[in-house]
Ligand binder design. Structure first.
Ligand code: FES
Length: 568
C-alpha cells in the first residue's frame, strides 16, 4: 500500500502520521488497509452538489465494509450558476488542487463525487494526472419540476422563458412564478446539459459503476451505488487498476459515440480534450467529427428534444442507449470493474421508445458535434447541429460584430440596430484568455427587433462556450480566440461570413492579403480583462486554446503519485 509509506514503521514520522489520524480511527486502520480519499465537492454554494455529503457517507460504509479506511477530502467546488465571471475559470484550479491533495496525502485510491458542470471534469483531470485507482459517483440530476402542469427543463426553459418575456409572449408574473418550480429537488440540471452529459461521459469512459449515470439525486439507488462504489474502490486498489488502465483511446472513442447518441453538451469536447491531455492520449478536435458526427441521435432530451433526465433513467438510461450503438463501441475498453463496458449492454433494455429511440428510428441521422475550419477558425470551431436550425446550417450573411459582452448588451436591443434575420452575430473577446475563463455567452440573446418579428434563431459565432442547456445555430470555441489575435479579432461589421456545416467550413469572404492588412480590433483589446495578480493572472498567462482543452500549459500530462520529497 502507498499509505504504508506514511504509517508503517516504528520511527518518529510513522508515529506522527498515525497519532494525528487516530481521532476515531481504530488501531487496525494502520495495518496495511487501503486508505480511500473521497474527493467531495459538496458545498452550499454549489447547490447542485449540496447532497454529496450524504452520498459520501454511503461510500464510507462501502469502504469500511470491504476492509478499507474512508476519508472525506473536501475538494474545490464550483457552482455553475453562482460563480462570476464563469465557473470554468476555476476548473483547472479545482483539478490542480485535487491532484495535489491526492498526491500529498497517504491515499491508496480515491472516490470522486461531483455533479455540477465543472466538478466531474476537474476531478477526472486530477485523477488522470495522479493515476491512483479512482471511481466517479455522479451526483445525479434533480427531479422534474412542473409549472402550470408543464414539465420544466432546468436551464433550457429559463432561456426559453426569458426570450418569451422579451418577445411579450409571457407575463412577468408567470416568468417569476415559474422560478419556484424550476428546481424541484436536490441534484444538478435535469436536461442533457453539461452536468448530465459529464455524468454519462464518466460512465462511457468506464470511470463509474456501469448503469449509475442519470440516477436522479434523490433516488435511493444512488446511495446503493455509492456504497457499492466504496466496496469496489478497495478492490480496485488491491487489483491496482488505475485511471490510465480504464481511460484509453478506446474509452474516449466510446465516449464520443455516447456523446453524439445522447445529444450531449458541447462543453464535453473541451473537457474530454483536457482529460485526454492529462493521460497523454492523442485526442484531437477532428476525432469528435470523424468518430461522432455520423452517429444518430437517440435520446429525446432537452435542449435538443423534449424529455428530461428522470425520463431518460426510467427509459433505460445510458446502457440501453449504448446497446443500440454497440457496433460502434470499442469492445476492449474496460470499466472500473475490470470488465469491458460492452459486457454491460446485453441486459440493458429500452423501456420507453419516446425517450430513447431504437437505432432504426433515430431522432436524427447524424447528431455528433461538427468541427468547422476555415480562415475564420484555422484551429477549429464546433457546432452542435442537433441543437441548430436546419435551414441555417448553410448560410451566408453580413457580420454584426460585438467587441465584448458589455458591447453586446449595450447595443443588441437598440431599435436602430442594423440587423436582419440573415445577419451573423459575432461576439469576440470571450475565449479562455479573453474574458477570462471562456464563459457561456455564445448563445447570444436575439435582437429584440427580430424577436418581435417572430425570428427565433440566427447564426451566431463566438470564441466562448454555450451552456449545455442552450440551443440554436451557434458556432462556438472558435480557435484561436480573438484575445490570442486569431482572425476573429480582425473581422469587421459588414464582412460576409459563409457557413457550410455539411462541408465543415467557416469563412469570412476576405483574401489573406485583406485579412493580414488589418489590425486586431482596438475596442476588443481595450475591453479584455487584464488581471494583474493571483490565479486569474496565472490562468491568462498559461491557459491553452479551446481546441486542446483549455488546460493550463504546465498541467498537461501526468506526474503520477510519487511525492517529490518524502520527509517533513
Ligand atoms: Fe449545476 Fe446546471 S447549475 S448543473
Amino acid at each position: 500500500m502507498r499509505s504504508d509509506d506514511w504509517y508503517k514503521g516504528k520511527d518518529r514520522d510513522s508515529y506522527i502520521h498515525r497519532a494525528w489520524m487516530r481521532r476515531g480511527l481504530p488501531n487496525n486502520a494502520f495495518d496495511g488497509r487501503p486508505h480511500i480519499a473521497i474527493a467531495n465537492t459538496a458545498s452550499d454554494l454549489a447547490p447542485c452538489n449540496s447532497h454529496l455529503n450524504e452520498v459520501m457517507e454511503y461510500v464510507k460504509n462501502g469502504v469500511w465494509e470491504a476492509g478499507g479506511v474512508p476519508l472525506n477530502m473536501p475538494a474545490v467546488s464550483l457552482g455553475e450558476t453562482q460563480m462570476r465571471p464563469t465557473a470554468m475559470l476555476w476548473r483547472n484550479m479545482s483539478a490542480m488542487a485535487t491532484e495535489e491533495l491526492i498526491r500529498a496525502n497517504p491515499i491508496d485510491g480515491v472516490v470522486l463525487l461531483g455533479g455540477c458542470d465543472k466538478t466531474i471534469p476537474a476531478l477526472l483531470m486530477a485523477a488522470a494526472s495522479v493515476d491512483l485507482p479512482a471511481i466517479v459517483v455522479p451526483g445525479g440530476p434533480m427531479l422534474t419540476g412542473t409549472y402550470k402542469g408543464k414539465a420544466l427543463g432546468c436551464g433550457t426553459d429559463v432561456w426559453k422563458f426569458s426570450e418569451e418575456l422579451r418577445a411579450g409572449k409571457m407575463s412577468e408574473e408567470d416568468f417569476l412564478k415559474s422560478e419556484q418550480s424550476m428546481i424541484r429537488s436536490r441534484g444538478h440540471c435535469n436536461t442533457m446539459g453539461t452536468a448530465s452529459t459529464m455524468g454519462c461521459v464518466a460512465e462511457s469512459l468506464g470511470m463509474t459503476i456501469p448503469g449509475v449515470a442519470g440516477t436522479p439525486a434523490p433516488d435511493s439507488r444512488l446511495l446503493q451505488t455509492a456504497q457499492e462504489t466504496g466496496r469496489l474502490i478497495v478492490q480496485m486498489v488491491k487489483d491496482d487498476r488505475k485511471p490510465s488502465d480504464v481511460m484509453t483511446k478506446g474509452s474516449f472513442i466510446n465516449t464520443i459515440v455516447a456523446l453524439a447518441g445522447i445529444g450531449g453538451s458541447t462543453n464535453a469536447v473541451v473537457h474530454l480534450l483536457a482529460i485526454a491531455g492529462r493521460l497523454g492520449i492523442k485526442l484531437t478536435l477532428d476525432d469528435f467529427d470523424k468518430i461522432g458526427s455520423k452517429v444518430p441521435l437517440l435520446a429525446n432530451l432537452q435542449p435538443a428534444g423534449t424529455h428530461l433526465m428522470e425520463d431518460f433513467f426510467r427509459a433505460g438510461g445510458l446502457l440501453a442507449l449504448l446497446k443500440e450503438l454497440k457496433d460502434l463501441l470499442d469492445p476492449t475498453a474496460i470499466t472500473v470493474t475490470g470488465k469491458p463496458l460492452v459486457s454491460y449492454l446485453d441486459d440493458a433494455q429500452i423501456f420507453d421508445e419516446t425517450v430513447i429511440s431504437k437505432r432504426n428510428k433515430p431522432l436524427q441521422d447524424s447528431a455528433g458535434i461538427a468541427v468547422l475550419k476555415g480562415n475564420l477558425a484555422p484551429l477549429g470551431a464546433v457546432i452542435k447541429p442537433a441543437a441548430a436550425s436546419k435551414e441555417l446550417l448553410k448560410h451566408k450573411g453580413k457580420a454584426l460584430v460585438f467587441d465584448s459582452i458589455e458591447d453586446f448588451h449595450a447595443r443588441i436591443d437598440d431599435p436602430n440596430l442594423d440587423v436582419d434575420k440573415d445577419s451573423v452575430l459575432v461576439l469576440r473577446g470571450c475565449g479562455p484568455k479573453g474574458y477570462p475563463g471562456m464563459p457561456e455567452v455564445a448563445n447570444m440573446p436575439m435582437p429584440q427587433k427580430l424577436l418581435s418579428q417572430g425570428v427565433r434563431d440566427m447564426v451566431r459565432i463566438c470564441d466562448g462556450r454555450m451552456s449545455g442547456t442552450a440551443y440554436g445555430t451557434v458556432i462556438l470555441h472558435v480557435a484561436p480566440e480573438a484575445a490570442a489575435f486569431g482572425p476573429l479579432s480582425l473581422i469587421q461589421t459588414g464582412d460576409v461570413i459563409s457557413l457550410d456545416v455539411e462541408k465543415r467550413t467557416l469563412n469570412v469572404e476576405l483574401t489573406d492579403e485583406e485579412l493580414n492588412s488589418r489590425k486586431p480590433s482596438q475596442k476588443m483589446i481595450d475591453a479584455l480583462a487584464k488581471p494583474d495578480r493571483g490565479w486569474q493572472k496565472m490562468y491568462v498567462e498559461h491557459v491553452n486554446q479551446a481546441d486542446t482543452g483549455a488546460d493550463l500549459d504546465f498541467l498537461v500530462g501526468s506526474s503520477g503519485s510519487q511525492v517529490l520529497r518524502e520527509s517533513h
